[in-house]
Design a protein around this ligand. Structure first.
Ligand code: IPM
Ligand code: MG
Length: 367
């Protein structure tokens, strides 16, 4: 039996509730299909800060580096609003991304037919939507130095963040986008702000050159990122794959997520480069929604984004394509049956708990 090492980092807020539903699936898959998942648990975010004064401990970082894949819940909450910046909950996630070199963040936005009416946009605008945002995740303004607040000595301070991109970073992320486009509709739209930013000029140049050199079979278009945001809410179905930098990707993926009805639906995969020797790549899977402290602990959170993130894990880390398809079909079937958590229910519709939603998906998965 293959052994597949998973590190579970449920984190804060609704993270642990959502992760509990994935644990059920892991147990079923071990039992039914001999999947051989071995799980370890760790702390990240506010709970890690409470336990050891850091947003992730060195021990848990080591576990993450050694795992075949990391499943991540969510971090943060008002309880930790005033902890020092260096150890704020989000720092744990950023460290995982940086140390594991997870430069490619895949954020699919799929509108399940049963949910076309839950979107704030008209159903015909989102029905059948299937786009993929490929966000650069280890560069740009998130990590560029200098990054500081300096005292100017005249009663003024200056906040500085630095947007930096090197050629190789743009080449590798656009390569991922082009490769993925080949498995889809074959179209990539690259978004930057070349009209204002030097890094945008370089981004545009390098994406264009990479396309010409290796991916001319894919259709490439460019859009300024602000216009891209507008087009995403105007007619999102015009897009197949969108490739963009870390900060624009953060914003545009929240916009895309909401098109699908609820932030509670969207999974993501963060991938490193394939190891030259083994071909395996470091990976972390997380729902796009955050810790949702307002509803945490009530058992009403939607676990679908977390479960769909596990499906991405099956697909990208373990090449368990049949199981991933089956799990995604189970989610779709449960939605077709009208089973709804509160965030995706229309008014007056009966809603189920986090755990009931998880059970319903497990049952469909088994069937
Ligand atoms: C995301 C989140 C993170 C980000 C936060 C929690 C640091 O918003 O994954 O989109 O900004 O990247
Ligand atoms: Mg975000």
């Amino acid at each position: 039996m293959a052994s597949r090492k998973l590190l579970l980092l449920p984190g804060d807020g609704i993270g642990p509730e959502a992760m509990a539903e994935v644990r059920k699936l892991i147990a079923v898959m071990n039992e039914e299909t001999n999947a051989g998942f071995e799980t370890e648990e760790g702390l990240v975010g506010g709970c890690a800060y409470d336990a050891h004064g850091a947003s992730i401990s060195e021990g848990d970082m080591e576990k993450a580096m050694a795992a075949d894949a990391v499943l991540f819940g969510a971090v943060g909450g008002p309880k930790w609003d005033s902890v020092p910046y260096e150890v704020r909950p989000e720092a744990g996630l950023l460290r995982l991304r940086k140390d594991m070199q997870l430069f490619a963040n895949l954020r699919p936005a799929i509108c399940y037919p049963a949910l076309a009416h839950s979107s704030s946009l008209k159903p015909d605008v989102v029905e059948g939507l299937d786009i993929l945002i490929v966000r650069e995740l280890t560069g740009g303004v998130y990590f560029g130095e200098p990054k500081e607040i300096i005292d100017l000595g005249n009663g003024q301070k200056r906040g500085i963040d630095t947007q930096i991109y090197d050629t190789f970073e743009i080449e590798r992320i656009s390569g991922v986008a082009f490769e993925l486009a080949r498995t889809r509709r074959g179209e990539v739209c690259s978004m930057e702000k070349r009209n204002v930013m030097k890094s945008g000029v370089l981004w545009n140049e390098v994406v264009t050159a990479t396309h010409k050199a290796k991916y001319a079979d894919v259709k490439l278009t460019h859009m300024l990122a602000d216009a891209g945001g507008m087009q995403l809410v105007r007619w999102p179905k015009q897009f197949d794959v969108i490739v963009t930098d870390n900060l624009f990707g953060d914003m545009l993926s929240d916009v895309a997520a909401m098109l699908t009805g609820s932030l509670g639906m969207l999974p993501s995969a963060s991938l490193g480069a394939p190891d030259a020797r083994t071909g395996s790549r470091k990976a972390l899977y997380e729902p796009v929604h955050g810790s949702a402290p307002d509803i945490a602990g009530q058992g009403i959170a939607n676990p679908i984004a977390m479960i769909a993130s596990f499906a991405m894990c099956l697909r990208y880390s373990f090449n368990m394509v049949a199981e991933a398809d089956r799990l995604e079909a189970a989610i779709s079937a449960v939605l077709d049956d009208g089973i709804r958590t509160k965030d995706i229910a229309s008014e007056g519709v009966q809603t189920v708990s986090t755990s009931d939603m998880g059970d319903a998906i497990v049952a469909k998965f088994r069937a």
